[in-house]
Design a protein around this ligand. Structure first.
Ligand SMILES: [Zn+2]
Ligand SMILES: [Zn+2]
Length: 456
């Protein structure tokens, strides 16, 4: 008591800045207690959602679970935002900024092996086909953790400065109902179109993804974090005929082979290595019916990945030109369709720098620099609408090597639930810290050299 009186006296003597800092520290301590208290519930929600996975744009059960929970906490709740999306608004009693926290809710068309008592037996339609469904990317954990964060912060409403937006997003992995070629949107894009970030407009947005990594470790990087992704479709049309008399045909098979190899020179000869690495992958090729028939057409599908918007534009136009001209050189025709999907996820440099001490405290000092990921994330769209920070949480059990653990999307992908407490605490602490940034926050230095050598 005497000690706290002394601290109080010192704080009052030191003026408003020190008082604000003491308030923030007290709030962060309450967040830590709250996250610990809600841990059991987070695990129960995660198991429930895991056992009842739903594909992109079909997350009706999950969405209802989330909305009921948020309403029970007294939040203002908007449902049906971008399909099955849910937005919860928590208004703190004190004035402050607005911060958005995002979790994705969708599962994947993957068959879960037996093993867990709450393993999925679910089946759903994926673009018209019956498929098994599994939370193989860990979005069950994301949804459960954000439900936990909502409970923790709702309990602190009286002391909370500003507004927290809880964004539960459908179809991060893509829609199971509409295709990219349909021209329709899904996931983050659709939520933003339908006003997820309007009224109130967030000043910052945070997201977290589970992945193989040291248990409970948070990793992140400033700047480009996940790659851009563009969908590539090529239809090569030649002239059908006899395989023994190819001079009477225009062969789309040899033309396609040339195109596939030619596209790699867009990567190696045209893309600026110093600006961004690039990947062009052709993942499917279909054509022909038998060995002695030159077919009329060959279709191919692929993906284009970069970390830089200018490089992205150049590669997209280079791929189209290369495919069309190679086909033309063979007397064939290439119809190239590139659908822009997601930009790279850019972690805001100043926000990342500001949040570094918060992340260190939330993860008990276990913070590391993440390498850029070749995966893609539609969190990138939220991070274009407000300064964003997207971090990774390591979920590999202590007795396993993260380097050999099954990756996300693998049926054996495993989330050690003892990491969920760190994730809940991290998201809640980030929100609280950014609601009332330190008075000198604008003077924060660029990210510079934030990681000690042992963290790299
Ligand atoms: Zn995924
Ligand atoms: Zn994911």
């Amino acid at each position: 008591m005497i000690r706290s009186l002394l601290v109080l006296t010192l704080v009052i003597a030191a003026g408003p800045a020190a008082r604000a800092e003491a308030d923030d520290a007290a709030l962060e301590a309450r967040v830590r207690e709250g996250a610990a208290a809600v841990q059991g519930k987070v695990v129960q929600w995660r198991r429930d959602i895991h056992q009842h996975p739903e594909l992109g744009d079909q997350e009706t059960r999950t969405s209802r679970l989330v909305a009921d929970h948020l309403r029970g906490l007294g939040l203002e709740v908007r449902t049906g935002v971008g399909g099955t999306g849910v937005v919860g608004v928590l208004k703190g009693a004190k004035p402050g900024r607005t911060v958005a926290l995002r979790a994705d809710m969708d599962a994947l068309p993957v068959q879960e092996p037996d093993g867990l008592p709450f393993a999925s037996k679910a089946k759903q339609q994926y673009l018209g086909k019956d498929v098994p469904v599994m939370h193989a990317c860990g979005h069950d954990a994301h949804t459960a953790m954000l439900m936990g964060v909502a409970e923790v912060l709702a309990g602190l409403k009286g002391e909370l400065p500003g507004t927290v937006l809880f964004v539960f997003q459908p179809a991060e992995e893509g829609s199971s109902v509409v295709t990219p070629a349909s021209g329709k949107t899904w996931g983050a894009a659709r939520m933003l179109e339908e006003g997820a970030f309007k009224d109130p407009k967030p000043d910052a947005v945070f997201g977290l993804h589970v992945m193989p990594g040291a248990l409970g470790q948070i990793s992140y990087r400033a700047g480009a974090t996940t790659a851009s992704s563009d969908d590539l479709q090529i239809l090569v049309t030649g002239k059908q005929g006899h395989g023994g008399m190819p001079w009477n045909t225009i062969d789309p098979i040899t033309t396609s082979a040339q195109i596939i190899l030619g596209l790699q020179t867009v990567v190696s000869r045209r893309a600026d290595l110093t600006a961004s690495p690039v990947v062009v992958t052709v993942g499917t090729i279909n054509g022909g019916s038998r060995g002695n028939v030159v077919p009329e057409t060959v279709s191919m599908a692929g993906t284009i990945r970069t970390y830089d918007d200018n490089v992205r534009e150049k590669v997209v136009s280079g791929v189209k030109l290369a495919a069309e001209k190679i086909a033309e050189g063979a007397g064939a025709k290439a119809d190239v369709r590139i659908t822009k999907m997601y930009p790279p996820t850019m972690n805001d440099e100043a926000l990342a720098a500001r949040m570094r001490p918060v992340l260190r405290r939330a993860a008990n000092g276990r913070v590391a620099e993440a390498p850029p990921s070749g995966a893609t994330e539609d969190f990138s769209l939220f991070a274009q609408a407000a300064p964003g920070l997207y971090v990774f949480l390591g979920v590999t059990p202590r007795d396993q090597d993260p380097a050999t653990a099954a990756p996300n999307h693998n049926p054996k992908f495993f989330v050690d639930e003892s990491s969920l407490g760190v994730g809940t605490r991290t998201l809640a602490s980030l929100a609280v810290a950014e609601l009332s940034p330190a008075p000198d926050a604008d003077k924060t230095q660029p990210h510079g050299q934030p990681f000690a050598p042992e963290e790299r």
